[in-house]
Design a protein around this ligand. Sequence first.
Ligand code: IVH
Length: 701
Amino acid sequence: MRIERSEILRRIEQLREEINQHNYLYHVLDQPMISDADYDALMHELKEIEGKYPETITPDSPTQRIGAPPSEKFAGVPHSVPMLSLDDAFSQEEVLEFDQRGKRFLQIDEELEYTVEPKMDGLAVELVYENGSFVLGSTRGDGYTGEDVTTNLRTIRSIPLRLISRYLPPPTRLEVRGEVFINKNAFERLNKRRMEEGEPPFANPRNAAAGSLRQLDPNITADRPLNIFCYGIGVVEGYSFGTQWEALSSLGKWGLRVNPMVEKLKGIHGAIRYHQRTNRKREELDYEIDGIVVKVNEIELQKRLGAKAKSPRWALAYKFEAAQAITRIVEIQLSVGRTGTVTPVALMKPVKVGGVVVSRATLHNEDEIRRKDVRIGDWIIVRRAGDVIPEVVRPLPERRSGEEQVFVMPQTCPVCDSRLRRKSGEAAWRCPNPECFPRLVKQLTHFAGKGAMDIDGLGPKVAEQLISAGLVRSIADLHSIKLSDLLSLDRFAEKSARNLLSAIKASKDTTLARFFYALGLRHVGDVTAQLLADHFGSIKILVDASEEELKGVEGIGPEVASSIRSWFGDNHNIELVRRMLDAGTRFTDSHETMALPLKDKTFVFTGGLSSLTREQAKNIVRDLGGQIASTVGRKTDYVVVGKGSGSKLQKAVELGISTLSEEEFLAFLSKRHSGVSRNPDILPRVIEKLPNELLTPELSD
Ligand code: IVH
């Protein structure tokens, strides 16, 4: 008997619907309605029909979760909306401050509405659905680009391959963010099995989840008990949400797994109570959480609040108390940081905190020591949270013997003896000496670091040697080091010395972002450096940028802007940058290199000009990327000849170099400067300097 094709297709659709529904009931809602055997029977039937009619198989069929071949490596996936991280808070005060800041920013008095949910301890992923089908899944990566782990994510049963459309039609494109994790009991079983099979157990569920998702062979991933909770959205096309709450409930309707503990509440105090409640429930939960996430509910307000470089202003991770231990302070030392900040550090009897032995903990600053009344010799509570430096929480005064000593902040730097300074409104004392040894060592090591100038072989040890030997007194000195200098140092053989020199030389070809980051300004991390590079596109423009201009850059807040402005306001720093540029530091991503029309052209001026001063003319040439020389030589490209010129004109003629009269020079510029129109930041500055008659309609617009 011949079965009608349409009938087969109908049966296939019916089976898929039914299986998807049971998948959802079992893996998402945790409320199975049929036995495993009945479920298997449905799957079996579907597989059989698809086996006979392979052309009917679609990637979102429930039979297609596993079976993809292993890949060589993961492809990169750019995130259309960056996957930011969250600011942490550990105390009520910090949470209240977050709420205050938000209201201040929005200039509103009434209570904000928040959603609160557990902060899962897993790893973030993004799932992309097109017309309801799961088409792409990626890890967070660096927040901007993740790894394509689609085939691995497809094996996770709580991730629907096709969205449910019964209650709400799915959008044409839906980017969903969530956390992949492993349940505690599944983790225990997994580790038990691994040990039976002679494999090393995973340290914790988070590591197990991360390791499982980043498998090149999806069959291994399929064998791991991964799970997901979806908590947010990226780009959504063909649908729009008014609130986070609405987004989450829609995700639920489409069959995505959303944590049932999510709540919506008005005012920050509710969030604080939720934190306390959740902390009490923490042990009972079948998954690991390390705090709660508080999010402003209204999407419109989220947009208005926007984001800083790495984290949004509308969300906060309110963490649970971190691991703590009790030990004793032996001594309080001062540590001079990269930017000169002098931080008191407690040296303690070594103690294990959250599985790690620690013997140093930060005391932050003088005010903190006084506020907490921490004394030398005190028994203290020390705490560690994740990768954060251990800190002294509080002393235990009841254990005092009377021999403890109150710490007195020295007036001078413990290393270089310079008088310490403290700006009004700031808690930190600073050593003002840019050549202070530990400061310079840290600065140089930071400068040479991987994310910065990436100078191989320039770690803390070598930095100390270079500085001690007097070869380096500022990072700009790096470029003057000679082979013989290095050979005179301990542990430098010809080969290592040459390697270091060539690494230093190679580092001159860099990007603006790396260079800004390498300079080591306070508050300027890699992400902020990239924002600045993208926005200004030129070191010269950044150096001159006003605090207002800096604040105008998306992701740059007032504190960062002021730090940058004050750094470039210091002549010592300007000199340092100038020396780096003179030494040949070049930026592949600079607008100057990319778009400036007079790049690599050398000009010589001779004689007087009439429509602009010689200084103005030179500045225009420089702004357009050209160089100025004072004498005519073979490397001169153009000689601009004004009134009363003499020997330079003669030399130019002898060498066959192009000469331009003032009119020709201006006409030449008007042709060339249109090249800058690609760069909106340079343009207004060049226009300012150009005489009116030079402005083409394009530029004067
Ligand atoms: S929302 C822009 N909600 O925490 C806000 N994140 O520190 C994006 N995480 O990378 C995050 N549970 O991996 C959000 N309920 C939750 C979360 C959560 C865990 C993780 C996520 C993110 C990290 C941010």
